[in-house]
Design a protein around this ligand. Structure first.
Ligand code: RP5
Length: 160
């Protein structure tokens, strides 16, 4: 069974959410990808949340845009930690998505990432970090990933 569920409200979110999948591939973390919309497929959302623990999911990454209720609704349905990714929208640049995901009421947290692709990539890294607490080999891979990123940053800027 996959350890991470990457879910999104629409096919149109995949271009963003695939950044999380890329990171999990690089770190050797198993995952599944599903379209689960809070508004268009509420029964699918309900079933996914209801079965998440029994299916062995350890982290859920949920991305949505606009009236982005998917991460919060999923957090209300399962105790599996939910990481929310606000997808960038055309009308309001993703600020609508961010506010929809961020302001959860006490009792049902969502770990909210930055808007867009950086947020999706960071969601993958956050999920890996959570899993690495009880997976030493993954922890070593994550340490190496972080060290490689640091090593890729030049010390001085140059003209482009
Ligand atoms: C949200 O509405 C989805 O998460 C998506 O970001 C946004 C637009 O969806 P589409 O109209 O592109 O399917 O539910």
């Amino acid at each position: 069974m996959p350890e991470v569920g990457i879910i999104m409200g629409s096919q149109s979110d995949w271009a963003t959410m695939r950044e999380a999948a890329v990171i999990l591939d690089e770190l050797g973390v198993s995952y599944e990808t599903k379209i689960v919309s809070a508004h268009r497929t509420p029964d699918r959302l309900w079933d996914y949340g209801k079965t998440a623990v029994a299916r062995g999911l350890k982290v859920i990454i949920a991305g949505a845009g606009g009236a982005a209720h998917l991460p919060g609704m999923m957090a209300s349905k399962t105790r599996v930690p939910v990481i929310g990714v606000p997808v960038q929208t055309k009308a309001l640049s993703g600020v609508d998505s961010l506010y929809s995901i961020l302001q959860m009421p006490k009792g049902f947290p969502v770990a909210t990432m930055a808007i867009g692709a950086a947020g999706a990539a960071n969601a993958g890294l956050m999920a890996a970090g959570i899993l690495a607490v009880s997976d030493a080999a993954l922890g070593e891979r994550l340490d190496a990933w972080r060290a490689a990123l640091s090593a890729s940053i030049p010390e001085e800027p140059k003209d482009e």
